[in-house]
Design a protein around this ligand. Sequence first.
Ligand code: 57M
Length: 357
Amino acid sequence: MFYYFLYPLAKYHTVFNVFQYITFRTIYAAVTALSLSFVMGPYLIERLRAINVGEVVRTDGPPNHFSKQGTPTMGGAIIILVVIISVLLWGNLSNAYVWLMAFVTAGMGTIGFLDDYSKVVRKKKGGMRARTKFVAQICVASGAALFLYYSRFDTAVTMPFFKNVIVDLRILYVPFVVLVIVGASNAVNLTDGLDGLAIGPMAISSATYMLLAYLAGNVKIADYLHIMYVAKAGELAVFAGAMVGASLGFLWFNAYPAQVFMGDVGSLSLGGALGTLAVITKHEVLLVLIGGIFVVEALSVIFQVGSFKLTGKRVFAMAPIHHHYELKGWPEPKIIVRFWIIAIILALVAISTLKIR
Ligand code: 57M
């Protein structure tokens, strides 16, 4: 909105020129999202508590989680609200990619909301049926994938570390995009099992894609770095900036011991948004590194379930992997902070691939 109303005033005073710059708007999108979280957070958490939206902790989980019973959940709704307000204020709303990001975030958020609602409000054990949830996620991701495909988005995929390996997937790019978005959405959901465990790496990976969006959307820098240039993708730095601010704002309240959980409304939407950022910035494969924590968490579940079904033996004491460390006796904050440290290292290695090719 500021881009429309304030930038045109540049003809009266040059100070209004700043509203055209992506860097300026990105910084203030993050600051706005963070400030809004601080201001609205306590009120909204209180509202969630008042309407009794309390977590139902599973009885088969680690015993130290039983005391978390009743913690307000569905706090992800605050994250989505704050991101949307911040993007409406600071984004260039004539950019189709901004609306595509909003579509996936809101679509996945709605699925998560319905799942949380059936679990927490209607007290349905396990929430929405897993298959229904999965099909709905595929529908949202397919909408985004088909939009990109038919708007002639580049279907070639690059590999980190290898400058000359480019695979053009053509029509197969559609299922590939669905895999990236749905995979990211579910991986973040699986990670969200300790206070701040998902939202910390989410802030770190959003910040990394904020940088990549800016670089990929700038023709000179993209050419210099030999990365794919994606016209208009730079605007997604503003969206990612809002995600960074909202994530840090939510972490304020979700930090151990958590006052609120994000619920599926938060984890599915943020994961979907991260996957979409990876796609539009044309750094799809690099998501494996940038979102490495989410990938490891998802793999731990796949190995555990696979091994248990095939051999009857467990790989981990419990899956996802953060529960394994809990059962080994690591205190919760230690696991969380160590996973954050790993997320930072992975993000730095991912950024280094821009030069190591
Ligand atoms: C849900 N949800 C948290 C909160 C959060 C296929 C299967 C292995 C999948 C997996 C699974 O269902 N995982 C996804 C993770 C839950 O948090 C809620 O859910 C939202 C996110 N979706 O926002 O609303 C609990 O996590 C804790 N929490 C925090 N702090 C936070 O900030 O402490 C969450 C956020 C909360 C709270 O305790 O209640 C969850 O973990 O349930 N399933 C499993 O993970 C299960 N694993 C399993 O069954 N493994 C088997 C193998 C053979 C299949 C085995 O190893 O024996 C375990 N999950 C749990 N207990 N909780 C089993 C035991």
